[in-house]
Design a protein around this ligand. Sequence first.
Ligand code: SF4
Ligand code: SF4
Length: 413
Amino acid sequence: MKRRDFIINSALAVGGAALLSGCSKKEIKKAQNQVVRRKFDNTDTPLIALGCMRLPMRNGKIDMVELDKMVEYAMAHGANYFDTAYMYVEGKSENAIGEVLKKYPRESFILADKCPAYLVNKPEDVRRLFEEQLKKCQVEYFDNYMVHNINQNTLSNYRDNDMYGEILKLKKEGKIKHLGFSFHGDPQMLKEVINEHKWDFCQLQLNYLDWEVVNADDLYQIADEAGVPVIVMEPLRGGVLCNLPEKAVQTLKEKCPNDTQASFGLRWVAGKERVFTILSGMSNLQQVKENIDTFVNYREFSKEEEKVAHEIAQIIQSQGAISCTACKYCMEVCPRGINIPAIFGLYNMYKGSTQPNRSFMFVYNYKALKESEKADKCIDCKLCNKNCPQNLDIPELLKTVAKEVKEAEKGMA
Ligand code: SF4
Ligand code: SF4
């Protein structure tokens, strides 16, 4: 897209219908292909945003050509919100998205970043990390900036080092526009955190599975009662809700034939009124196109569809799947390089399958992992547990998977 076209599209996205009068037919058509937006503190924010946690990879590196196409497509359709973090893609996400976004006017995109609470050991660390992040992203300010991942392990870092106060100083200096936090603790902790300061927004893990079987309903209600706007992370639970068990796929096909697994999950989240944007970690242009299509042709979630979501959540729960979102935070601290998300992903696929060859596929795919990455190489040091936002007991679950691989293998003999 030429820069002139881009500016026209951006103006249409930001300015809305008032700017459309006087535009040629072709330009109006472009405007009709914009994603729906919601108001957040007088900012017109796209309801779908590009999460930069699972960027496209090629030969072990971020695929910058694909990322460039993804951003261009998103910008052209008004999906101009990008969310990154210090630790995403082993610390390379910020550089990558900064490199791609630098060709666009700064005011044309919304950029969110986060201060890693687990790396803050004294108040001065906040500013040091922040300045580093600005440089990596090649910007002068962040639109939204968060204390990243408040949970039972990081709560003391956040409180003892006055991370809120330090970030508030940055806001007063005009280096961030809005101050929030992302959260992976329990409802009681959220109540405390949300009420101890004046937050512009919070970022919560919200999807129909967590709503049914964990505590996302309680978390949302707390934010709603506190009047704090919500950004959603993991709307598809790290891919679980777009890799549904076969029985759930059938249910969705029969009852919601116009939805893909992803659009169903995203529309469910969008039905929550306090939500102003939904982060989806997209890994290729095709995913960007599909997600944007959901919000260009946006349909509200119906009461009937709520029942289908409930049914699917029950099916998933009955499979005994591990609630891993494939965030890879555990792998950053694992001294043995165990491929934890891949192992849990294979296990969940196995549990969700009704195919006669499910055991064979499970064992076959598991054996394809590198020897050094397998579950039985875990030394039970438990370092990973501290980093898991889903509070999983990872070494115990690895033992379960290793045992089930052996049983599946025996069953095949
Ligand atoms: S407990 Fe196992 S998986 Fe976890 S960090 Fe230690 S070796 Fe890695
Ligand atoms: S086990 Fe936990 S930390 Fe590791 S990838 Fe899964 S959700 Fe993330």
